[in-house]
Structure formats: C-alpha cells, structure tokens
Design a protein around this ligand. Structure first.
Ligand SMILES: CC(C)(COP(=O)(O)OP(=O)(O)OC[C@H]1O[C@@H](n2cnc3c(N)ncnc32)[C@H](O)[C@@H]1OP(=O)(O)O)[C@@H](O)C(=O)NCCC(=O)NCCS
Length: 291
C-alpha cells in the first residue's frame, strides 16, 4: 500500500460500534491500557465535543486501518484517540490522519490545535513534532486510593456548591486548561458540584469536581485569596471527609500547578505523565486566557 492509497473517511460514516472496535484494535499494545466500550466512547464524544464529521478513519480496500478524532470548541480544536493498527504502522497512516485532521480544523478556521501525549510515547511524540506541534509542559495523572483515612477537616466556613454555582465559577475561570479540564468539559459532564472554603485567616478558594458512582474526578480548583497549598489542603480535607469511600482519579494537572504539594500530602500518587502540545498560538479571541 502506498500513501496515495490511504483513504480518509469521515468518522460519522461509521457506527459507534465500529469506531469503538477500531479504536480498541489500535490500542492493544498501548502503554497505558484504556479500552473503551460503546457507552464510554459515546460519553467521550459528548463530554469532549468530538465532531465526528471532521474526525477520520483511515481505510484501504474496505479495511479500517486507524482512527483519529477532532474536538471542536470556540477558536480551538483538539486531536485525540489517534491510533493505527499495529501491523500497519510506519506506513504513513498516522501522518495522513494527522494531516487530515489539521486540514479539517483549518477548514473550520481553527488554526490553534491542542493535544496530549503520554510521556515517552516516542512514535506519537515524534509524529506530533513532525506535524509542527510544540511542547507546552507536563501534565500529571494522579490517583488517591479509596478508604485512605482522611485527616480531620481544616477549620473553615465550607459551602457546598450545587451544579449551577459550581459551573458559574468554572466558566469565570480564564485559564487555558488542557481540553479535558476546560469549562466546556465540566458543563457537558454529569454530576458536577463543588466546594467553596473560607479559612480563618481569610483565605478563600474553591474546587469543582464530578462525582461518579465510585469515583471523584475532573477537578478544577482555584485559590481566590491566600496560599494555594494550604487552600488546596483544606479543600481536600473536607472533600475526602465527605466521601471517604470513593476512589479519586484526576488527570492533566500541570506539573507547575501551585496546589500540587497539597495533593501529595493528602496521599495522591502519580499514575503517569503526559506532555501537553499545541500547534499555533492562542488566537486573539482567547487572548484573555492564561496558562
Ligand atoms: C503513533 C502512531 C499513531 C503513528 O502511526 P504510524 O502510522 O506508524 O505513523 P507514520 O508511519 O505516519 O509515521 C509518521 C512519523 O511518526 C514518527 N514515528 C512513527 N513511528 C515511530 C517510531 N516507532 N519511532 C520513532 N518515530 C516514529 C516518525 O517521525 C514518522 O515519520 P517517518 O516515517 O518519516 O520517520 C502509532 O504508532 C500508534 O497507533 N501508536 C499507538 C497508539 C498511540 O500511541 N496513539 C497516540 C496517542 S497520543
């Protein structure tokens, strides 16, 4: 097969079952196993604003060879779920998929594209450098096991935030977070709520999170006044007292996030790291955002 023979077909022409199957087949040997089922992929498409018309399946002679998806939001796009069948790699399929997605994004007038790659995934990292992505920094995926006894809650005025108030805080937050943690992801996710704390010394801050059946996840936090580490420690002490049985898994926290030491103090462990990469620079419409 030559690269001219690789067909790029909109992912919207395939069923969720077919997309799930090709995705899983491209990931059988992946560094961090993340198999999907149809329900999970459908949820992923919804939460991350995946545009299936502009996502692509690579095919040859009626056989699916690989897949790559494009998330679309205001003035930015996201590349995700890229994979090529193991026995088809190094034949230009990955590059063709990347080129196709970048072209589709450009047709939507989106020149600013984000992605994340697991650290030390050399083939993907090289491919992204080749397609003119540059590194922004490292991201952490952290876990805190369930049933770890939490410390006593730090004395504070603690207010629970319902979904409406929690989302209002997240939407006001002008940081260009990784795609998974952006306000749109929180708005699209179910069972989102939050905690707002005021400490005795006047420090104030909040955490917005998603509570799934067995897991706390999707954390967005902000210190409004005071020191981020003590603020985060206080908020986590309240959160884990409230949900002592739940597992906690959070992803894409920047390594230089000032709240991070509180997470380690609270028993969070690093599961793995990703590298955040951008193509192009922040567009004018997002100029008010900071990293
Ligand atoms: C990453 C992946 C999609 C690349 O697909 P592919 O079809 O093999 O890529 P291509 O043949 O188009 O290669 C394009 C470029 O990527 C880089 N590359 C690909 N495989 C590489 C490898 N094993 N080592 C180093 N660089 C590699 C090279 O720069 C290559 O250009 P070159 O062939 O001119 O040297 C594929 O390895 C894969 O599916 N991996 C598992 C899933 C995965 O890691 N997905 C990305 C998650 S972020």
């Amino acid at each position: 097969m030559t690269t001219d023979e690789i067909q790029l077909v909109p992912a919207s022409q395939f069923s969720m079952e077919e997309l799930t199957a090709i995705y899983n087949r491209t990931r059988v040997d992946y560094m961090v196993p993340m198999p999907m089922n149809v329900a999970r992929l459908a949820e992923y498409v919804k939460v991350y604003d995946i545009n299936l018309e502009n996502s692509l399946v690579a095919a040859h002679d009626g056989e699916m060879l690989g897949v790559a998806m494009l998330g679309v939001r205001k003035e930015r796009a996201w590349i995700t779920r890229l994979g090529v069948l193991p026995n088809t790699r190094r034949g230009g399929v990955g590059k063709a998929l990347m080129g196709g997605l970048i072209e589709n994004a450009a047709r939507l007038r989106l020149d600013f594209v984000m992605l994340e790659v697991i650290k030390n995934n050399t083939p993907a990292h090289q491919l992204f450098l080749k397609t003119i992505f540059h590194e922004i920094g490292e991201l952490l995926v952290l876990r805190r096991a369930p049933l770890m006894p939490p410390p006593d809650p730090v004395i504070a005025d603690a207010q629970r935030l319902d979904r409406f108030d929690a989302l209002r805080l997240v939407e006001r937050n002008h940081r260009m977070l990784p795609w998974t943690n952006q306000s749109e992801s929180m708005v699209n996710a179910q069972d989102v709520s939050g905690l707002h704390l005021t400490l005795e010394d006047g420090s104030r801050g909040w955490l917005v999170y998603q509570r799934q059946k067995f897991t706390l996840t999707r954390f967005v936090f902000e210190t409004e006044v005071g020191a981020p580490v003590s603020m985060a420690y206080a908020i986590l002490s309240h959160l884990h007292n409230q949900y002592p049985r739940l597992d906690t898994q959070i992803e894409n926290i920047r390594v230089d996030d000032p709240h991070l030491p509180a997470f380690y103090e609270m028993g969070y462990m690093e599961s793995f790291r990703r590298v955040e990469m951008w193509r192009g620079s922040l567009p004018a419409g997002l100029a008010g955002f900071r990293l």
